[in-house]
Design a protein around this ligand. Structure first.
Ligand code: HEC
Length: 101
């Protein structure tokens, strides 16, 4: 029994076979292609330039990624303004939010 449980757990958590719902899987690909030059491939960790973004809300992602702004009253993790807006990703915000949730 414990062996079976471990096998299932390993499968579910393996990086090669992510058990993500389709929208989150799409977000993972968009993130890998557009964000990991600065943010960590593991969104829970700080990247080379950008902070950790795990748990970022849809509202934060829309403001920051599309318009280079922050939602009203949001306390930004960094005071810098290095990240350029990526308005071409406006249609991918739901997917990014599903992945980073
Ligand atoms: C050119 C490097 C770069 C790229 C590419 C980039 N970011 Fe950033 N990001 C940053 C930096 C640096 C910050 C910290 C604020 C600043 O300097 O703009 C940041 C801040 C953020 C924040 C705000 C974090 C907080 O809570 O204060 C979010 C959310 C974010 N990035 C998401 C993304 C997503 C999603 C992508 C891909 C679609 C992306 N970033 C692409 C560098 C980048």
């Amino acid at each position: 029994m414990p062996t079976l449980f471990l096998a299932a757990w390993t499968l579910a958590c393996s990086a090669d076979a992510p058990a993500l719902p389709p929208e989150a899987e799409r977000g993972r690909v968009v993130y890998a292609a557009n964000c990991t030059s600065c943010h960590n491939a593991d969104p829970a960790k700080p990247g080379s330039l950008g902070p950790e973004v795990k748990g970022a809300s849809r509202e934060l992602l829309e403001a920051r990624v599309v318009r280079a702004e922050y939602p009203v009253g949001y306390a930004a993790k960094r005071p810098s303004t290095m990240m350029q807006p990526l308005p071409k990703l406006a249609g991918e915000i739901d997917a990014l939010a599903a992945y980073l949730r």
